[in-house]
Ligand binder design. Structure first.
Ligand SMILES: [Fe+2]
Ligand SMILES: [Fe+2]
Length: 166
């Protein structure tokens, strides 16, 4: 069965969104590195790789279903943030938007009767729940630690440990 054109376009848009996520995390890695916050930087690099993997999974899915992958461009990420906390706030905002995007894509695939795509996208739903929960948690911790002496150092260590755990 040939792929539904709308679903094909939606999957292509989501490939761009995942690579845009990857570039956002990579830009954050560079920003934190410039502040000598290497734990933050390492964590963001790992996230960038994760997002790239999501993009490639969709690439393979589209390919396997006989669709045509179109790489049409990745939105330019910001390169600077006002504070280490602002970077995490951006991550949370972005992940929430991405969740909405994936939900709409699943609804579209469902409405078009493309249940194979619905099933394949379920993995991304799980990833979104995790990414949003982690971003919320990090933001909370940063708010708590902001006033504490050495708070940023503790946070940096926390993120390094997270990155090493994978
Ligand atoms: Fe993702
Ligand atoms: Fe993500």
């Amino acid at each position: 069965m040939p792929m539904n054109e709308k679903v094909e376009a939606g999957l292509n848009a989501q490939i761009d969104a995942e690579f845009t996520s990857s570039f956002l995390y990579l830009s954050l890695a560079a920003y934190y590195h410039s502040l000598n916050l290497d734990g933050f930087a390492t964590y963001m690099r790992v996230q960038a790789e994760d997002e790239r993997t999501h993009g490639m999974k969709l690439f393979d899915l589209l390919d396997a279903r006989g669709g045509r992958v179109l790489i049409t461009g990745v939105s330019k990420p910001p390169t600077h943030w006002d504070s280490p906390r602002a970077g995490i706030e951006d991550v949370l905002k972005w992940e929430m938007t991405n969740t909405e995007r994936i939900n709409s894509l699943i609804k579209l695939a469902h409405d078009q009767g493309d249940f194979a795509t619905v099933l394949s996208l379920q993995e991304l739903v799980t990833e979104q729940v995790r990414d949003e929960a982690v971003a919320h948690e990090l933001l909370h911790k940063m708010q708590l630690l902001e006033q504490a002496p050495g708070g940023l150092f503790l946070m940096d260590r926390e993120l390094r440990m997270r990155a090493e755990r994978g």
